[in-house]
Unconditional design. Structure first.
Length: 417
């Protein structure tokens, strides 16, 4: 299916892989020509100024950034609380010509930014992409170390909590990863102290370590399993009732002048709030899923598409279309998806789409006809899926408002039929 002749579009596609040419910029691809040394020097100065301008106009939001070569190969992956402030710091003051930063900037021809919902999401995504891509200039985070999980081992009759550095196919439930690393240990401490749930370092039959776990009778096991369900809910981010309960205990302790206990309960509330925040953070899905963010108006629409395969973020599409015929947004999206998948690349099992799309079932059927598998469109209402959809919508809006600007060139649109 082709876009109408009256439709103008521009596209950026990024692949997240280490060793090959992996970026497509519509019709904006630069072609290298022979030049004199002075021309190359002038070109280098011009490129530095353009990169600095990109840095100074980046969003004031948390996210990750990638320095890439002309061919799109990633040189460096970083994260920032404010992308604008962090990227601008590379150019103020000018780096020492012999420094590592100077060599990095000399090789850089484009800067990609991806805005996240929180700084913790940026830290997690940076960690994963460095391990996945292994950029030349990233020294840290290349080893096997990772942020820890909280592991709930299904040991009968008393399941146990512990901290794990990686997920294993052992039948246990894993929650996380938690950032920073110390948060996982704080969570287990809070669950043991305030919810009578032991960690793995102490067996439930050890006397004096928990009021409920030492019970070996059937009634004790039933009580303990009820605690397991409660703790599982907390680790999944359902902390509202627990926060209310601990808040009441904190106020009571304060009224009775037990200020140290009130302070410990306040710390417990902070940990519960972090558990809820990170349970709803954007985590890389293990399934093959595409996440589509949309932003636009009647005559112009932007699409941001994240593609996940086998537990990795493998590709990112950014599209902007100008439509002089005034087609509905849903029809424009159908055209755009057909072009995205026209090469016959494998379709995902699910596509996350914004709730406001009226013709989502038509789009679902149209895409399903292109592949043996049936495509299901979903609008996640909570959890990691909702966070990824929110992130995709946010980046679609940024791309829309940037006027389809390449990472290193002025605003302009390419035209295609």
């Amino acid at each position: 299916m082709l876009l109408p002749l009256s439709t103008r579009y521009a596209q950026r596609v990024y692949l997240f892989s280490p060793n090959h040419r992996n970026i497509h910029l519509g019709q904006h691809e630069a072609v290298k020509t022979e030049a004199s040394s002075q021309s190359e020097l002038d070109s280098g100065v011009s490129m530095a100024l353009e990169l600095r301008q990109v840095a100074e106009t980046s969003p004031k939001a948390p996210g990750i950034y990638l320095f890439r070569t002309r061919d799109g190969m990633p040189l460096y992956v970083g994260k920032a609380k404010s992308l604008r402030h962090r990227l601008s710091s590379y150019f103020r003051p000018a780096p020492d010509p012999e420094s590592r930063v100077a060599h990095l900037l000399t090789s850089t021809r484009m800067i990609e930014t991806l805005v996240t919902n929180t700084e913790q999401e940026a830290l997690d995504l940076e960690n994963r992409l460095i391990k996945q891509i292994q950029p030349r200039y990233n020294v840290l985070l290349r080893d096997d170390k990772t942020y820890p999980y909280v592991k709930l081992a299904e040991v009968r009759p008393f399941p146990q909590l512990s901290v794990a550095r990686r997920m294993e196919p052992d039948g246990a439930s894993y929650y996380g990863p938690f950032i920073p690393a110390g948060l996982a240990y704080q969570i287990i401490k809070v669950l043991r102290r305030y919810f009578d749930f032991p960690g793995s370092s102490r067996a439930p039959s050890e006397p004096g370590k928990s009021r409920k776990a030492p019970l070996v009778a059937a009634a004790g096991a039933i009580i303990y399993q009820d605690d397991v369900r409660k703790v599982r809910g907390l680790l999944q981010g359902h902390t509202e009732e627990a926060i209310k309960d601990v808040s009441r205990r904190m106020l009571l302790a304060s009224d009775e002048y037990r200020f140290e206990e009130a302070n410990r309960l306040w710390s417990c509330i902070r940990v519960l709030e972090k558990m809820r925040e990170q349970a709803n953070a954007a985590r890389i899905p293990l399934q093959d899923i595409d996440v589509a963010g949309v932003y636009g108006q009647e005559l112009r629409i932007a699409l941001e598409l994240f593609q996940f395969r086998s537990g990795r973020l493998v590709k990112r599409h950014e599209w902007v279309c100008e439509n002089r015929l005034g087609m509905p947004i849903d029809e424009m999206l159908t055209f755009m998806f057909h072009r995205l998948y026209r090469a016959g690349s494998g379709l995902p099992a699910e596509i996350y789409l914004p709730a406001h799309l009226r013709q989502r079932k038509i789009l679902e059927r149209a895409l399903s006809n292109r592949d043996i598998r049936k495509i299901r469109s979903v609008t996640p209402s909570d959890g990691s899926g909702r966070s990824w959809l929110k992130m995709a919508n946010r980046n679609a809006r940024i791309f829309f408002e940037d006027g389809v600007r390449e990472p290193r060139r002025p605003n302009r649109l390419s035209t295609a039929a």
